[in-house]
Design a binder for this molecule. Structure first.
Ligand code: LP5
Ligand code: MN
Length: 243
């Protein structure tokens, strides 16, 4: 049966080689023959601009994804909060289609909403403020004009600030807001939501105005990854062996 695959939050970095290997193996083993491979954000630990494609790991990842696309599996890429600076040059190199967040589509007969998931965390005010700033042209243009090393250093500062801030945030603030989930499903008239970001893989059922809906949360790939496989019969979360 035809199926599509969904992953997110791989956070690929040269500092976690086992996760990188698991991803390459996943691409070679599971992606061939799939109707689509959907990467719903945070493929990379961070992305400071498409001119960083020469970085060895970035080049290898782009190569594996390009092979997947060339072999006939359409690759779709959505931005996460770590790699929202991925742009046309990277997508072209990979042969991937950039998807906006959110994207609604008909998936084997079920209207499905795809998101990274960060916009659903509406109780995290500090993050939502930062998100507005860093997604603006006014911020991105001068940032991208800085040299690569300077951008990497600024990103490391920001990572440190983010980790420090997260320690003070109650875990519930860093999860999705129930009303935000309902509103997303309602406004896009979808019966299924697939997202990542919270690193809390799960299958939730939810009643939206009397409609039975479902929410699938994707794995992160820190100590063992996973993926969601969807076909006409439904969706299934599949764990990869720990690494
Ligand atoms: O990423 P994760 O899951 O650990 O945490 C997120 C939120 N944090 C972020 C920040 C990223 O981790 C940083 C990496 C982005 C790299 C992009 C490349 C461009 C670099 C630009 C460098 C200037 O997204 C975290 C959420 C959490 O998810 C759960 O949802 O809580 O949010 C934060 O921690 C944000 C802070 O609360 C607020 C940060 C304010 C920053 C103010 C500007 C300081 C600039 C300093 C650097 C120059
Ligand atoms: Mn994320």
């Amino acid at each position: 049966m035809e199926r599509s695959l969904f992953i997110s939050d791989l956070h690929l970095t040269s500092e976690r080689p086992a996760a990188n290997e698991a991803f390459f193996e996943f691409l070679e083993r599971e992606a061939p023959g799939a109707a689509g491979l959907y990467i719903l954000g945070d493929l990379f630990e961070f992305w400071v601009g498409d001119d960083d494609l020469a970085d060895p790991l970035n080049a290898i990842v782009a190569g594996f994804l390009a092979n997947t696309a060339k072999a006939g599996t359409p690759v779709y890429l959505m931005h996460g909060n770590r790699d929202f600076l991925i742009a046309e040059a990277f997508s072209r190199a990979v042969g991937a289609t950039l998807l906006s967040d959110p994207t609604a589509l008909d998936l084997f007969g079920t209207r499905t909403l795809l998101m990274h998931g960060d916009t659903l965390c509406t109780d995290d005010d500090a993050y939502q403020e930062w998100r507005k700033v860093c997604r603006s042209e006014a911020w991105q243009q001068p940032f991208l004009a800085e040299p690569l090393d300077a951008r990497r250093n600024r990103m490391l500062e920001l990572r440190a600030k983010s980790e420090q801030d997260k320690k003070a945030k109650p875990p519930t603030i860093m999860d999705v807001n129930d009303q935000a989930v309902r509103e997303a499903l309602r406004s896009h008239q979808c019966a299924r939501l697939i997202h990542g970001h919270t690193h809390r893989p799960a299958h939730h059922t939810i009643d939206v105005d009397g409609r039975a809906c479902e929410r699938w949360v994707l794995h992160d790939w820190y100590t063992g990854g996973g993926y969601l496989a969807v076909d006409a019969a439904g969706a299934k979360l599949i764990n990869l062996p720990r690494f």
